[in-house]
Structures are given as C-alpha cells and as structure tokens.
Design a protein around this ligand. Structure first.
Ligand code: NAI
Ligand code: MG
Length: 503
C-alpha cells in the first residue's frame, strides 16, 4: 500500500489498491487492451498516487460500441424521463454519501485545498446532476405545431453516444456540469478525463454502478490526449462531442468533428477582466480580486486576470492587493493541510508554463509589483508550488493577452468608462468579466458593453444552475453549460407531419 502525505479514508485505500486503477467500459472494470498504464502524481509532493490504465484507440472503440449498445438495448434512452431522473437522484444521493471520498480524491489529484473541493467542487457537481434530472422531467418532448392543413409536432429525442474530454482544473465539477444534461436527456456517454486527474471520475463510476445506471450508459477511458482523446473526438460512432480545455486542442477537436459532421461544444479558456471604478470600497474590491486570482491556484478559465483600475484609486488598490497576495503567499501549502490557502499547480509542466510567462512578460517590459516564482513548502519539497505575482504595464504585453492559468494578475489603469470597455474588449477571448462600481446604472451599462458570455457586477466567479455559462470568440462555441437550454442541446428535434384528417 502507498503512503500518502494526505490522510485518505479506507474507501480511497480500497479504490487505489487495485493498482493499476482500471477503466470502466460497458459496466466492466478493465485494463487497456495493450496493458499499458501511466503514473498519476500528487502535485503537492510530486510523488506517485497510483498507476492508471492508459486507454488507446481500441479502448475508445470498445467504449463507443458499449455506449451504442446501451443506447439501443438497455432502455436508458426510452424509459420515461421520470424514471431516469429517479436513478440520477439516487446517484446524487450516493455522491453525497461519499462527498468526503470524492473531495479527497480531487484534492489529491489536483492539489486543491480540501475545503474547496468539499465546499464547492463536489456539492456543485451534485447540484448540477439534480438540476438536470429535475429539469428533464418537466421538458416537453412532444409539441404540437399549429399549422393549417396538417397535423404536425416536434418531438425531441436523445442523440445517442456523446463524447466528453475534460481538463484537470475541476475534474468532477466539469464532469457534473457536462454529462448531467446528456444523461438526463437519455443519451449514453464516453468520457476521457485529463491524464493528470482521472481518479474522481473513475470513482464516480463505482457510484453510478451502485445507483443502477445500466452498463454502457457511462463509460470512462483514462489516457492521454493525443491517443485516447484524439481517438474519441474522431470516432465515427459518436453523435455529439464536448470538450473543455485549451483553444489549441479545441481547434483539433473541432476539426475532427467537422470531418465527421458531429456537433461539438467547446468550452475553452479566458482572459477575464475586472473593471474597477473609483466609487467602490477599494479594499473590498482588492480583497475579492485577490481571492479570484488565487482560487484553485489561478487555474480557473473565467477568473479575473486583468485588473483594469480607474487611475485615481490605482495606488491604493495596488497597495491593498499586494498586501492580500502576500498574505496568500504565507498560506501556500499542501491541499490536504487545513491551514492551506493556496495549493500547488497541477503539474511540473503547468508550473513551468507559469514561470515562462513571468519571464516573457518581464522581457516584453512588464513591471513587477509582486515577484512570483517557485515556492517551497516545508516537508513537501517535490510539490509544484508557485507564488502569486502582480504585474503592470502595456495591454499588449504577453501576460496581459494570453491565458497564464496560474496565480498571476496584470493591473492596468484607465481614465474613463469608454477606455475601460475598449481595454476589456481588446482580448480575443470572451468568457467572463466583471464590473465594480456603486453606480449600478453605470455598472449595468458597462456590463452590457463587454463582449463575453458572462458579465458579473460587483462580484466574480458566480456559477448557478439555471444561469447559462458560455464563451464567445476564442472562449468557445456550441451553447455552453448550466443553462436550461443546455438540456435541449442533448435532445435532437424531429418534425412529425401528416395531412390533417377530420375523421
Ligand atoms: P489541454 O487542452 O491539452 O488538455 C485538456 C484535455 O484535452 C485533456 O484531457 C487532454 O488529455 C486532452 N487532449 C490534449 N490533446 C488532445 C488531442 N490532441 N486530442 C484530444 N484530446 C486532447 O490542456 P493542457 O495542455 O493540460 O493545459 C494547457 C493550457 O490550456 C493551460 O495552461 C490553460 O491555459 C488552458 N486550459 C484551459 C482550461 C479551461 O478550463 N478552459 C482547462 C485546462 C487548460
Ligand atoms: Mg496539452
């Protein structure tokens, strides 16, 4: 048995004991066809957690076929929505019962503070599952169309097999956000979790099994992007595809889906801005934005990374922000340690990316207000820790333009409203921004002028089931997640028409 820096419960010990951890295809726990495995590391120590089956194209093919068979034969797609909802609520109940296990697995894989996984990631995944289970019961699947001379209606039916590829920043939360509407609508799914963070998704399958979800309805193939991921996105047997991750890979997914004419949903990155006017409580705004940029060690696609501050309050804002970031710096630590305010980033690769951006930003002339860089945590020397950083300078700087995905904020002063709007919209991304002002008319006006899927006012990073969350431009296509319409994205409309008979 392994020894963990993090306390793990007996449920996790049992789950990880099956070294290597197997994939879940067609209701069976299975090794990869070629027997290959890969090592998953604890980002807080750099040490191995477990070996996991490394799926390839033939495993994806098995999973897609299992999902197809389940779609046609298990009744999942044809039973009343209510019956499916009952089973999905049962799954949500089981997730609630194992909330601690799921949260610990998430903290172990991602490095995030356990309190965050327990207080947000896991409950939010459960809330989303319940939301779509309920919504699906009340979704009309047969709507008559009033048209002269014909009896016509639109029916809505599930598509079939839906593919999902997820990133490593919020593994279970994104699983919940994305597969819940697909399942509630009656589809079957094949999931490829990120190679850095497969455990909570695989453990979720144990609960799905217990809940009585028929074999083949949920399939998870662990493995790498270039092999398992690419094979899933280009498989001719899928009817829909969804990807969350970087724009570079998003393009590859869209290309593969384009070739097969498979509809695709892309949730890509962001370079979110916060516009702070001079009529705010400066200390409170600085505190909120500091919390945003250090949440999940900055690995949040919609977080506030560009702080656009009205010039009059700039000095005071910077002073406060630096003080707050330094305070977080004193709380950098292991995810499983209750004192930890900010954990490591997910991998050495990600740490290097963040540090490279700091170097490039400086080379392009950014001024450092708070020096970031590698952080060392006592007794956790091998962990992938980075310090928060604050930069300022031109809006053209690489650190002001590109997604860094680390605890690095970039502050820029503005003079008037119009200039602030232009600065925000200078980005090619379009996921989320916020406006901070005590003048709510102005805040609304500015919020509506920002080109992005989400504008928050006097807050940032708000996600609620029922409020659509989507990106535009480089941030994504295909309608997003969390909205009521998302359920309809997983139901194919079909018109049924016959001449009117008066008999
Ligand atoms: P990535 O986009 O490469 O990985 C996301 C998922 O895509 C993983 O499951 C991966 O296995 C899969 N994947 C990779 N290459 C693939 C391919 N050719 N075909 C199919 N699937 C493939 O993200 P990465 O490299 O881990 O992170 C790089 C940057 O991407 C981050 O620094 C961040 O800026 C951005 N990112 C954005 C996320 C978001 O939530 N929007 C999440 C993760 C990363
Ligand atoms: Mg990549």
């Amino acid at each position: 048995m392994q020894t963990f820096s993090q306390k793990v419960n007996p449920e996790i010990e049992k789950f990880l004991e099956s070294d290597p951890v197997k994939m879940y295809i067609g209701g069976r726990w299975t090794a990869a066809d070629d027997g290959d495995t890969f090592q998953v590391l604890d980002p807080g120590t750099g040490k191995p957690i477990a070996r996991v089956a490394s799926g390839k194209a033939s495993d994806i093919d098995r999973a897609v076929k299992a999902a197809r068979t389940a779609f046609l034969k298990t009744g999942w797609s044809s039973i009343p929505a209510n019956d499916r909802a009952v089973i999905l609520h049962r799954l949500a109940d089981l997730m609630e019962g194992q909330q601690e296990t799921l949260a610990r697995l998430e903290s172990l894989d991602v490095g995030k503070p356990l309190a965050q996984a327990e207080g947000f990631d896991i409950p939010d995944a459960i809330r989303t599952l319940r939301y779509y289970a309920d919504l699906s019961v009340h979704t009309r699947r047969r709507e008559p169309i009033a048209i002269s001379g014909f009896e016509a209606s639109t029916i809505r039916v599930p598509y079939g097999v839906c593919g999902f590829i997820f990133p490593w920043n919020f593994p279970l939360l994104l699983l919940g956000w994305n597969i819940s509407p697909a399942l509630a609508a009656g589809n079957t799914v094949v999931v490829k979790p990120a190679e850095d963070t497969p455990h909570s998704t695989l453990y979720f399958c144990k609960l799905a099994e217990k809940a009585g979800i028929p074999p083949g309805v949920i399939n998870v193939v662990s493995g790498f992007g270039e092999t398992a991921g690419a094979a899933l996105a280009s498989h001719p047997g899928i009817q829909r595809m969804s990807f969350t991750g970087s724009p570079e890979v998003g393009r590859l997914i869209a290309e593969a889906c384009g070739k097969n004419l498979v509809p695709v949903k892309l949730e890509l990155g962001g370079k979110g801005a916060a516009v702070v006017f001079d009529d705010v409580d400066v200390d409170a705004a600085a505190k909120a934005l500091t919390a945003a940029i250090t949440l999940n060690s900055g690995q949040v696609c919609c977080t506030a990374t560009r702080w656009i501050i009205q010039d009059k309050i700039m000095p005071r804002f910077i002073e406060q922000a630096v003080q707050n970031l330094k305070d977080v710096e004193t709380g950098i630590g292991y995810g499983g340690d209750p004192k930890t305010k900010m954990g490591p980033v997910v991998s050495e690769k990600q740490r290097k990316r963040v540090l490279d951006y700091l170097n490039r930003g400086e080379k392009e002339g950014a001024k450092t207000l708070l020096e970031g860089g590698e952080a060392n945590v006592e007794d956790h020397e091998g962990g992938f820790y980075v310090k928060p950083a604050l930069l300022t300078g031109s809006i053209e700087n690489v650190c002001a333009r590109e997604e860094i995905f680390g605890p690095v904020a970039y502050v820029i002063p503005f003079e008037d409203e119009q200039q602030a709007i232009e600065m925000v919209n200078y980005s090619h991304y379009g996921l989320a921004n916020s406006v901070w002002s005590s003048d709510l008319n102005r805040a609304n006006r500015v919020a509506e002028s920002l080109v992005a899927g989400n504008s928050w006012i006097n807050t940032h990073n708000i996600f609620k089931q029922g409020i659509p969350y989507a990106g535009c431009n480089l941030s994504g296509i295909g309608g997003g997640v969390l909205g009521p319409e998302t359920l309809l994205d997983y139901l194919r409309p079909q018109s049924i028409v016959r001449p009117l008979s008066r008999a």
